[in-house]
Ligand binder design. Structure first.
Ligand SMILES: Nc1ncnc2c1ncn2[C@@H]1O[C@H](COP(=O)(O)OP(=O)(O)OP(=O)(O)O)[C@@H](O)[C@H]1O
Ligand SMILES: [Mg+2]
Length: 339
């Protein structure tokens, strides 16, 4: 639009300018002289109107030339401006990307810190159990009861514990990878595994553990992760029983089916969770334990595994003398769950 206006104004200016020059030439007889000159040279047969057109043409060409030069200057200025703008945008994008990468790196470091804490948490139990196995061997030896059978039983147990510790690292590594492999497994297997890991500590503190598993119930998810989430709950029950000096400590685990759901109940007789902290216990870093005894991530981890990774639910309810953790999972749909 602006360019169009400019070319029309250029044309008007050219016409006006040509008429002015034509008039000036006429006024000073220069025009007459020019006509005379041209007429005396026979090859030119020009009349006044043609001359006006010539003058107009020359001036127009001059104007057009000026406009082209002007436009070129403007274009090159615009190009430069575009280039600097492009560079500025590129610099800004680069700066943003670097900031994003820094943030990702920071969150990775934070996650790694958390992961190390989690591994330490999951290792505490098997490490204790390993200590007890070693003590057992020493005890049997000192009483002269260390026979081949006794030794191999203890070594087997120690091997299982160290394998489990190594698996824990893999499980946690997988925990941070989005491309984890889910599978269908029998619900009692990871529960048994968790019990096995904590058995020694339970025995030491005279805590009885009772299980009742409805046969052949299967769930879909990450077996080791699930085992860890159960271990966290049993471990808490054990801690509460010890802390509250319950002389006949008891933990009862039951699995059963209601409609399309599998229910896992973990009950204890440790006295229950106080009402004022009940809605906080699943939060990360919430603990009532003294420093070094608890980080407050056990239940948070269990909740994350069950709710985020297995589409389940975990809740706590009061029972006489203690608490009951209820895990609700759906029965796997073979067609949908295994792709
Ligand atoms: N069975 C239970 N009976 C009584 N209190 C419990 C029970 N389970 C959990 N709690 C309470 O919930 C809090 C949070 O538990 P959580 O497992 O998340 O952390 P923690 O056991 O304190 O530390 P961590 O598990 O990291 O070692 C505990 O500190 C405890 O006060
Ligand atoms: Mg805990």
């Amino acid at each position: 639009m602006f360019n169009k206006l400019k070319s029309i104004s250029d044309l008007i200016i050219s016409i006006v300018f040509s008429i002015v020059i034509w008039l000036v030439l006429g006024h000073y007889d220069a025009f007459e002289k020019l006509m005379y000159f041209l007429r005396t040279h026979e090859e030119y047969e020009l009349d006044e109107l043609l001359l006006l057109l010539m003058v107009f043409g020359i001036i127009s060409i001059f104007y057009i030339y000026r406009r082209v030069v002007e436009q070129r200057v403007i274009n090159s200025q615009l190009k430069k401006l575009n280039e600097t703008l492009e560079q500025k945008v590129k610099n800004e994008i680069d700066k943003r990307r670097k900031q994003e990468q820094m943030l990702i790196q920071q969150s990775k470091l934070a996650a790694m810190g958390e992961m190390i804490g989690n591994i330490a948490h999951q290792w505490r139990q098997p490490l204790n159990a390993l200590g007890l196995v070693i003590q057992n061997i020493q005890f049997s030896y000192s009483r002269g009861e260390l026979n081949e059978e006794n030794l191999s039983r203890n070594i087997n147990k120690a091997n299982m514990l160290t394998t489990n510790m190594s698996n824990t690292i893999d499980d946690f590594r997988n925990f941070f990878k989005p491309d984890k492999q889910k599978e269908i497994f029998k619900v009692y297997e990871p529960i048994k595994k968790a019990i096995y890991l904590i058995e020694a500590t339970l025995e030491k503190n005279k805590i009885k553990i009772e299980t009742s598993f409805e046969n052949d119930l299967e769930i879909y998810g990450f077996e080791n992760e699930f085992s860890q989430s159960i271990l966290n709950i049993i471990s808490n029950a054990k801690d509460a029983i010890i802390e509250n000096n319950i002389s006949l400590g008891e933990i009862k685990i039951k699995t059963f089916k209601i409609e399309d759901n599998i229910i896992i109940e973990i009950k204890d007789n440790a006295g229950g969770v106080k009402a004022e902290i009940k809605d906080k216990i699943f939060e990360p870093y919430f603990t009532t334990k003294e420093e070094g005894k608890g980080m407050g991530i056990g239940l948070y981890m269990s909740k994350t595994i069950i709710e985020n990774n297995m589409d389940g639910q975990i809740n706590i309810k009061d029972i006489p003398n203690g608490s009951c953790f209820v895990i609700k999972l759906s029965i796997p749909n073979i067609k949908n769950d295994i792709r």
